[in-house]
Design a protein around this ligand. Structure first.
Ligand SMILES: C[S@@+](CC[C@H](N)C(=O)[O-])C[C@H]1O[C@@H](n2cnc3c(N)ncnc32)[C@H](O)[C@@H]1O
Length: 186
């Protein structure tokens, strides 16, 4: 498992900072104006920059536990014309620095497999989601670990209070990934 620190943040940003899943998965999303979107394990902030281009007057929050990664995300967003909608915070999935019921949408793009405690992270996501909010999981299928333990993830989602509303494999020339849309159990 990758140990996330300043060094691996710089390696990730240089090699995968704008990994195609960020653009391709955001293309799948319906993003109404004024949405509040929280990206958990946001890396360089790539997904939020694509999202900001689709949302008017949104509140986009990127969270990542590595201060160096957050600095890279902020620097990469500075020159972006619609970047004023994006705010970055240091924090982990297991202890999200975000208010209860704030988010219309929570993203976890190639992030869950890096969390210390998946169940705790899912409980936190449920806490910050609005009752009609969606939680979007992306798993890059070129990463062998992403294909393992999918049943366990389903069980953990159910235990946290999510239903999987849609799960599809998206194949493109650039990358294949699984895309899950989860909703809060009614
Ligand atoms: C493979 S990168 C994906 C980054 C970005 N979402 C993307 O798709 O380009 C995994 C990210 O998860 C972050 N991460 C590691 N542990 C985490 C945790 N406990 N909670 C949230 N994010 C974490 C890492 O710092 C890293 O930025």
């Amino acid at each position: 498992m990758t140990e996330w620190n300043s060094e691996t943040a710089e390696w990730y940003a240089a090699n995968y900072g704008d990994y195609p899943t960020n653009r391709l998965a955001v293309e799948q999303l319906d993003l109404p104006d004024h949405s509040t979107i929280v990206d958990v394990g946001c890396g360089t902030g790539s997904a939020l920059r694509y999202a900001a281009a689709k949302v008017k007057n949104g509140n986009l929050i990127g969270i990542d536990p590595v201060p160096r990664m957050i600095k890279i995300a902020k620097d990469s967003t500075k020159e972006n014309k619609i970047g004023y909608q994006i705010h970055f915070r240091v924090g982990s999935a297991e202890n999200l620095p975000a208010e209860d019921s704030i988010a219309d949408l929570v993203l976890a793009f190639d992030s869950i497999d890096h969390w210390q405690d998946v169940q705790k992270g899912l409980n936190e996501i449920l806490r910050i989601l609005k009752s009609k909010g969606n939680f979007i999981i992306v798993k890059d299928l070129s990463v062998p670990r992403a294909k393992k333990d999918l049943n366990t993830l389903k069980q953990k989602l159910a235990a946290a209070g999510f239903d999987v509303d849609k799960k599809e494999i998206i194949n493109t020339d650039e990358v294949s990934f699984s895309f899950w849309k989860c909703i809060v159990k009614s």
